[in-house]
Design a protein around this ligand. Structure first.
Ligand SMILES: [Zn+2]
Ligand SMILES: [Zn+2]
Ligand SMILES: [Zn+2]
Length: 123
């Protein structure tokens, strides 16, 4: 049982490495039909908690997950924009770091920014 779960975790991670874009639960489910829905949810939430993935809500109100690239030791740095293509619906992390300022006394825990438009593949 435990072994199977480990295998599924590896498969999910593998998909993220191959795709290089943000992925929704649905997209992962369609690539891993043999894995139960609830198991995929559990894996995604676990990766999110462990700081392997970060979440972004798409223009379609769906949750997308993307691999964390510049996060270290539980310190998340998601100061980048996300881009959702309105044609193919793909959500991507744009690597360019953005800076922002917030009023004194506020502490930032998470940062989600979404841009929509047409990606280079659909343009
Ligand atoms: Zn992160
Ligand atoms: Zn596109
Ligand atoms: Zn991102």
């Amino acid at each position: 049982m435990k072994r199977r779960n480990t295998k599924s975790k590896e498969q999910v991670l593998q998909i993220f490495r191959q795709e290089n874009t943000a992925l929704s639960h649905e997209m992962i489910q369609s690539k891993l039909e043999s894995v139960e829905r609830a198991t995929i949810y559990r894996i995604l939430n676990r990766f999110h908690e462990d700081g392997v993935l970060h979440k972004v809500t798409g223009e379609d109100n769906k949750q997308y997950f993307a691999l964390c690239k510049n996060c270290e030791n539980g310190q998340h740095k998601h100061h980048h924009l996300h881009f959702q293509c309105l044609t193919c619906k793909t959500v991507e992390c744009l690597e360019n770091e953005i800076t922002f300022s917030i009023p004194q006394g506020y502490q930032v825990q998470d940062f989600q920014a979404l841009m929509t438009g047409v990606c280079s593949r659909c343009a």
